[in-house]
Design a protein around this ligand. Structure first.
Ligand SMILES: Nc1ncnc2c1ncn2[C@@H]1O[C@H](COP(=O)(O)OP(=O)(O)O)[C@@H](O)[C@H]1O
Ligand SMILES: [Mg+2]
Length: 153
């Protein structure tokens, strides 16, 4: 078994997660996201776990690019990574409801506004207690790009 890496994004819709994936991870990591599944696909959760497991099996580093708002949403992902002795890395996108609403309104496809409010209400920042080996805080930089700070334990 090859030890891999599971990267979990945590952030509101239109926080910049998929853009960050393209900029920082696309050339090295597999991309797992419910947005990449057929719209009508059933049981996206178990499909997602299966895709992650396929990557972990061959030691392919993998990013889970969803909102992943609650610790309970992340727990099964972390448990799976642990089973494969993979490193668990979190990226927390600074939540800004107004910023997300504005960016969402300017893109296609848009999510309903209420989805952003619902996610904001559920949002629990990632913590080391959940099992993350590393946590990074991400902010969108002025004029494009991202600024990333690794959190101290
Ligand atoms: N660093 C950035 N600065 C400004 N706008 C950005 C930045 N990154 C992404 N965006 C814009 O924000 C919107 C949402 O980005 P996206 O990556 O699709 O977010 P998410 O995957 O979190 O829903 C897009 O229109 C994108 O072009
Ligand atoms: Mg996205």
């Amino acid at each position: 078994m090859v030890a891999g890496q599971l990267v979990i994004f945590v952030g509101l819709q239109a926080a910049g997660k998929s853009s960050f994936f393209r900029e920082r991870f696309a050339s090295t990591h597999a991309h797992v996201s419910k947005d990449l599944m057929p719209r009508a696909a059933r049981d996206k959760e178990s499909r997602q776990l299966a895709q992650i497991e396929q990557a972990l099996l061959i030691g392919q580093p993998v990013v889970v690019d969803n909102t992943n708002p609650r610790a309970a949403d992340r727990a099964p992902l972390i448990e799976l990574a642990r089973r494969y002795e993979a490193r668990v890395v979190g990226y927390f996108f600074e939540p800004g409801i107004q910023d997300s609403l504005r960016r969402n309104a300017a893109r296609e496809p848009q999510v309903p506004k209420v989805a952003i409010f619902t996610t904001a209400k559920k949002l629990q920042p990632p913590s080391f207690e959940e099992g993350f080996d590393e946590i990074h805080d991400v902010r969108l930089a002025e004029g494009g790009g991202f600024s990333v700070a690794q959190r101290a334990r």
